[in-house]
Design a protein. Structure first.
Length: 366
């Protein structure tokens, strides 16, 4: 009687072991699936962040916050080489620790990781120890994963996540984090052109206006608060003639007078820049084209009433005479739709002005 019972118990135990292994595999598969879904969601959030009308720095900070929230890590820091120094672009670590965090490329423990483009995982073994790169802290981080960032085999910085417990990342799926690391690089590559635009914005010496690049960076934040806006480009068509007939100083004074007149009549919500040379751009944020055109019709009259007094010598009697330089402008307007290619639209308007006859002096609709 005892033997059959023992056999039965052994069979039951074996069945339970097999069943438990099956359940464990299902849980693992579910966890892997869940991690993949999380990564897809993170990627989607990354893409949404790229399309937002914010600065590059704001986008990187938001991406870092997404990583912290979605992967439930204690600390996350993104450090990028800006051409001269390593700069912390995003971090939720107290700023008093930033000096250490932005110099990890100099730490011996991470040099091999950088050279081989592979992640590096480090952890303390027990309380009271500290990670090798920590100079003045004991209790903040007890484990860390370091990910070097590369664009086309060029090292550009690193991403480091830190945990507050020893061995915190022992069981983390590094393949998922590798995907996240690659997504960070993709985002940095995508916003690189925007960073260039933001860095080359200048104030024009004579008009006091921002350069055209301002439109496509900071200016676009204001413009894209509205579904539609009106873009206006105008050209001082006789500026070259004024420069040649009188002098360049007179031409510069024309630019100053035209700019001041418009600045004094434009709302703060409208973006006004010196587009290039004799060309200016105004974006009437949230305003319909007809209203903007009526405004420009009034401004055109006032602009062309400007007179710059110039003293010149008569070619007949050699005496000084007073003459006046007066600007003439040609205007083109079109509708801009939120989150479409603003630079493409302004290029189209610019091409129209450049191709228009010099004597054209009106308001055109495209």
């Amino acid at each position: 009687m005892i033997l059959p019972v023992i056999i039965l118990l052994v069979l039951i135990i074996a069945f339970l072991m097999i069943y438990n292994m099956s359940i464990y595999k299902k849980i693992q598969n579910f966890q892997n699936l869940n991690q993949k879904i999380t990564s897809l969601n993170v990627l989607q959030e990354f893409m949404n962040t790229i399309s937002e009308v914010t600065s590059v720095d704001e986008k990187i900070k938001k991406i870092n916050n997404i990583l912290i929230e979605r992967y439930q890590v204690k600390y996350s820091t993104i450090v990028i080489y800006n051409g001269t120094d390593y700069e912390i672009k995003a971090s939720n670590v107290d700023e008093k620790h930033w000096d250490a965090l932005k110099n990890l490329q100099n730490e011996e423990i991470f040099k091999d990781s950088i050279n081989t483009a592979t992640p590096k995982y480090i952890t303390v073994q027990k309380e009271g120890e500290r990670l090798p790169y920590q100079k003045m802290e004991f209790g903040r981080a007890k484990s860390a994963m370091f990910f070097p960032l590369y664009v086309e085999n060029v090292y550009i910085g690193y991403w480091i996540i830190e945990g507050s417990n020893p061995h915190e990342f022992d069981k983390i799926d590094t393949t998922i984090l590798e995907v996240v690391r690659n997504n960070i690089v993709s985002v940095l590559t995508t916003v690189e052109n925007q960073q260039v635009i933001e860095n080359i914005v200048r104030d024009d010496k004579f008009s006091g206006l921002k350069s055209a690049e301002y439109l496509f960076g900071e200016g676009k934040k204001i413009i894209d608060k509205y579904t539609t806006s009106t873009v206006c480009l105008f050209r001082v068509t006789n500026l070259e003639e004024i420069n040649n007939t009188f002098n360049r100083e007179t031409g510069n004074q024309i630019i100053i007078e035209v700019s001041n007149l418009l600045k004094n009549n434009l709302s703060a919500e409208y973006i006004f820049v010196r587009y290039m040379g004799p060309k200016f751009a105004i974006v009437f944020s949230g305003i319909e084209m007809e209203s903007a055109a009526n405004f420009m019709k009034d401004m055109k009259q006032k602009i062309e009433d400007i007179e710059i007094e110039v003293e010149t010598k008569s070619t007949t009697n050699g005496k000084n005479e007073i003459t006046f330089a007066k600007p003439k402008i040609n205007i083109v307007v079109s509708t801009y739709y939120k989150r479409t290619a603003l630079e493409g639209l302004t290029k189209k308007l610019e091409e129209y002005l450049d191709g228009a006859p010099k004597e054209e002096n009106t308001i055109n609709y495209l």
